[in-house]
Design a protein. Structure first.
Length: 320
């Protein structure tokens, strides 16, 4: 092939639109997409085992939140990391490995095989509530996520917390809290040049760092009475929401609000949904979901993941 033909071929390749199989991540950084997050997405005391199936069935990309605890008497006395809201524990609690990582394996492996990164990360796993004081918990979380590191978003740790390094995007992004133990085990223990694979929460004044990438707000920061005492949605509420979102994005953070539910009393008993986060009706929470969508909230936590996902799909279509 002569030089002229070679350059023509290169030019044609450069001008071609990217193939579906080679699509790069689009819009996953702060302020670039709005996701539903399945709040407390794990069984309680042997009930509601289908929570993760219902969340995954709502479509990708999405967020999934899970609470972790340490069952000291499990695993033949060696203890084990479990998914649980509170005790007492019974040895039947699911593990993060089985209930989450192995459950999503088919989706992750298919995504990696396809090479289509358009919606990556497909799942944002939020483990911000690691409950208890047991010393084994955080090392166990770090070790477990290490087994699945090929699936996880990572960033190279520099000699200082800043600048914020680019994320090597994979199908799963893991977020955690930003307390002393998270810093010790998920950041300090990583050598310079090593890869961060769990990203912690930040404060409400400082900017994002290589480790601290997101901020977490209860809804009463928007409506001071909280969900159960909320009245009509007002322009003042909308302004507070927009101010918080814009400030978080300006500082380089994803922003999450928890948790936005709207259902009758029967759903609390039937599905185990959190009554303290309930606006009382689907219409009331849809108004808040719309406000969160329009203001650019990155993660909208809710127990009603199917309804919320369908509502956001409707809003996206209307915005096209």
């Amino acid at each position: 092939m002569n030089t002229r033909k070679a350059w023509l071929l290169v030019l044609l390749v450069l001008l071609m639109p990217p193939s579906h199989a080679a699509e790069q991540p689009v819009g996953f950084l702060p302020g670039e997409r709005v996701l539903v997050e399945a709040h407390n997405c794990y069984p309680y005391h042997g009930m509601w085992h289908d929570r993760i199936d219902r969340a995954l069935g709502a479509g990708f990309p999405l967020g999934i939140e899970m609470d972790l605890a340490w069952h000291a008497e499990g695993n033949d006395g060696a203890g084990r990391l479990i998914l649980a809201h509170d005790g007492p524990f019974t040895d039947r609690e699911p593990t993060l490995r089985d209930y989450f990582f192995e459950r999503v394996r088919p989706y992750v492996e298919a995504a990696l095989a396809s090479g289509d990164q358009h919606n990556w990360p497909l799942i944002t796993l939020n483990i911000n509530d690691i409950r208890g004081d047991e010393a084994q918990m955080h090392p166990a979380v770090w070790a477990l996520t290490g087994e699945y590191e090929a699936w996880l978003c990572t960033a190279v740790k520099g000699p200082e917390p800043e600048p914020v390094a680019p994320i090597d995007v994979k199908p799963i992004l893991v977020l955690a809290g930003g307390g002393r133990r998270e810093v010790e085990h998920f950041y300090d223990a990583v050598p310079v040049g090593g890869r961060l694979r769990i990203f912690g929460s930040g404060g409400r004044e400082d900017g994002a760092t290589n480790f601290r990438r997101w901020v977490n707000y209860p809804w009463n920061a928007v409506e001071p009475g909280g969900q159960r005492n909320a009245g009509e949605w007002t322009p003042e509420d909308a302004a507070r929401l927009s101010t918080l979102v814009d400030d978080a994005h300006r500082r380089g953070f994803w922003i999450r609000f928890y948790s936005l539910n709207g259902h009758g009393a029967l759903a609390t008993a039937r599905f185990g949904w959190s009554p303290g986060y309930n606006f009382g009706s689907l219409e009331a929470v849809q108004e808040r979901w719309t406000a969160a969508f329009e203001s650019g909230v990155d993660f909208i936590a809710t127990d009603q993941v199917e309804e919320a996902a369908a509502w956001l799909t409707k809003l996206r279509k209307q915005a096209e």
